[in-house]
Design a binder for this molecule. Structure first.
Ligand code: ASP
Length: 616
């Protein structure tokens, strides 16, 4: 039901709601510097269209079979070059009477049984009388090698739904490879594992990695990346090239980490991405490059960011925006886990304007509707004085709002906003907050097993510049993507006459409200690149002399993209925070709770790096 064809009903509700909460009508700035006075209001009406199904929100969505399935079909040898013959959770009735060697950790033990586990699951070992005392004294998580014979479990104990659930081991030898302290901060196989705080898990990450959840995530990562390499290298001739992580400062690189050197006053910077190197590789004739690249950004104050993260970085010469889009669709098809369902052959495309107008975000979550509605045409004579004078009126329609929002909830949601806030984006955030609020009340409107993947295109080349705190810097612009992005060919003249109107050849890949990839066709003309850097972006081009010089020495037209692998795996694994898909992540403040990095340096170290200790 559209708000526009229910005008009468809508206006009644509007009236009521505005009297109820008039402070939500707020002056604010339009996102593209057109300072229109917009009124925002929230209407509460209409029955919800979404099915209220319940979904599992368990952290790891796929079973280990979903991830290891390929190992089975491709006959990957999971115990080669070791003394093991089988993995704990892999035994079936077909192994009965066979001799096996298993290695793993003690899950639990008694006088009668010992449960041994590894990443594939656990197996029951029947404890012989002569080993009972030794086994009973073993602490959980001790490491064992068990030699024995597979036999059927007694009928009432058989479980066909778990690996090795129908069989057990009659051991001939149990070797203790290592013992384990009796007091662990938590047990990775214990039912209380999910209640352990993230801080404790991070401090003992090696134990956490033993958990089923972490095992699935890390193995999913590995399998996905292996398939990406297969697709890129074996099927399409891409070349995997490693680029330096000790690099120099780049213009506007406020988010870069610095590395002191023995050369007085000189610092390396850790690159935010291999952007310059991949373009230089194009100039060097590596016409199809990729890398699973570690990137560094000093953004630890932002939630759900990591100072180091991984991108699947890609660049191609003699290509176009459309070709890159088809390449990524093909790649994701090839790598996508079967258990996550099928992706469409090509992904839908949305323009940047549509995304902002309809969802208030350039990376909208399209798993639910609740689009923003432009009501400017119907308010001029609506009888609500507050609205009639406004040029633009935009509404967010909340399904079943009256049912899910109390007056207090509404007051919180409708907090006044700042002059500098970007109108559409404010409404976009309200849209997400509203969905989260409704879901908290028990109605699931975003199916976590839906994967809504689409492209956002037709970005402007430049946006109004913001400072670190998101405040507009008067009269200045910044690149919407990065300064190496090419303008749309037809807009080339505008670069010199009216840069804010230039459209760019930049494309983002969005999945369930997250930007999981972004790229562009690059500028391959040295003069244009220099003009944009110095005249428009006001950057010091001497920092980029090497690149500007190279662009003039036979640079082919080229384009590329980078996929944010951590975010992609977090969505696929159904976890909220990217640190849950990184083996050794940093904390919110950028610290390593396990090793306590970054560490303090001794005075002699500081002197070696010409960093004089502060005199007190
Ligand atoms: N280097 C860019 C980034 O990290 C991606 C690209 O343009 O290829 O966002």
């Amino acid at each position: 039901m559209s708000s526009l064809n229910n005008c009468g009903h809508l206006m009644k509700l509007l009236n009521r709601r505005i009297r109820f909460s008039s402070h939500i009508a707020t002056r604010c700035a339009a996102w593209h510097q057109q300072r229109t006075f917009l009124k925002q209001f929230i209407t509460y009406f209409q029955e919800i269209k979404t099915n209220s199904r319940t979904f599992s929100t368990s952290c790891a969505k796929f079973s280990s079979k979903d991830i290891t399935g390929d190992h089975e079909t491709q006959k990957i040898q999971l115990t080669s070059f070791t003394d093991r013959t089988h993995l704990c959770g892999s035994l079936t009735v077909s192994d009965v009477d066979h001799s096996v060697v298993l290695c793993g950790w003690v899950d639990r033990s008694s006088k009668l049984f010992l449960k041994l586990y590894d990443w594939t699951g656990q197996v029951q070992i029947v404890v012989p009388d002569n080993m009972a005392i030794m086994i009973k004294s073993l602490d959980r998580e001790s490491v064992l090698e068990v030699k024995g014979t597979v036999r059927m479990r007694p009928e009432h104990q058989r479980r066909s739904d778990v690996g090795s659930g129908e069989v057990e081991i009659s051991p001939s030898e149990i070797k203790v490879l290592n013992t384990c302290d009796s007091h662990l901060p938590f047990y990775p196989t214990c039912v209380t594992y999910n209640k352990v705080t993230s801080d404790v898990k991070m401090e003992h990450r090696y134990l956490d990695i033993r958990s089923v959840q972490m095992q699935k995530v890390l193995r999913l990562r590995s399998s996905f990346i292996m398939k990406a390499r297969e697709f890129l290298c074996n099927s399409h001739g891409f070349v995997d090239v490693e680029t330096p992580t000790l690099f120099r400062k780049t213009p506007g690189g406020a988010k870069e980490f610095l590395v002191p050197t023995r050369h007085k006053g000189r610092f390396y910077s850790l690159p935010q991405s291999p952007q310059q190197f991949k373009q230089l590789l194009m100039i060097g004739g590596i016409d199809r490059y990729f890398q699973v690249a570690r990137c560094y950004r000093d953004e630890t104050q932002k939630p759900d960011r990591q100072p180091e993260f991984t991108q699947l970085d890609i660049e191609m010469a003699f290509t176009s925006q459309t070709h890159i889009m088809r390449l990524i669709e093909g790649l994701l098809h090839h790598c996508w886990p079967k258990a996550a369902g099928q992706l469409p052959e090509t992904f839908p495309v949305m323009t940047y304007d549509e995304a902002l107008r309809n969802y208030g975000s350039d990376k909208p979550d399209t798993r639910f509707d609740m689009k923003l509605k432009d009501l400017s045409d119907i308010v001029p004579n609506c009888g609500v004085e507050l609205l009639e004078t406004e040029e633009t009126v935009t509404a967010l329609r909340i399904p079943q709002g009256q049912r899910y929002f109390s007056k207090k909830d509404l007051d919180i949601l409708c907090k006044p906003i700042n002059e500098d806030d970007k109108t559409f984006e404010v409404l976009g955030k309200k849209r997400l907050e509203t969905a989260a609020h409704i879901e908290q009340k028990g109605l699931v409107i975003r199916n976590p097993t839906d994967y809504n993947m689409f492209w956002v295109v037709d970005f402007p080349l430049f946006l109004p510049k913001e400072d670190e705190d998101g405040r507009l810097v008067s009269g200045a612009v910044e690149s919407a993507h990065h300064p190496f992005t090419a303008p749309v060919q037809d807009d080339l003249e505008l670069v010199y006459s009216d840069p804010t109107k230039v459209r760019s050849q930049h494309y983002d890949l969005v999945l369930n409200g997250n930007e999981i990839g972004g790229g562009s066709v690059r500028i391959h003309d040295a003069k244009l690149q220099k003009y944009i850097l110095s005249d428009i972006l006001k950057e010091d081009t001497s920092e980029l002399d090497h690149l500007l010089k190279a662009l003039g020495l036979g640079c082919p037209p080229h384009a590329g993209i980078a996929l944010g692998l951590d975010r992609l795996f977090a969505i696929l694994s159904g976890v909220e925070n990217i640190k849950d898909v990184i083996a050794f992540p940093k904390s919110y403040m950028g610290l390593c709770p396990m090793s306590k990095a970054p560490s303090l340096l001794s005075e002699s170290d500081l002197i070696r790096y010409h960093i004089a200790p502060k005199s007190s």
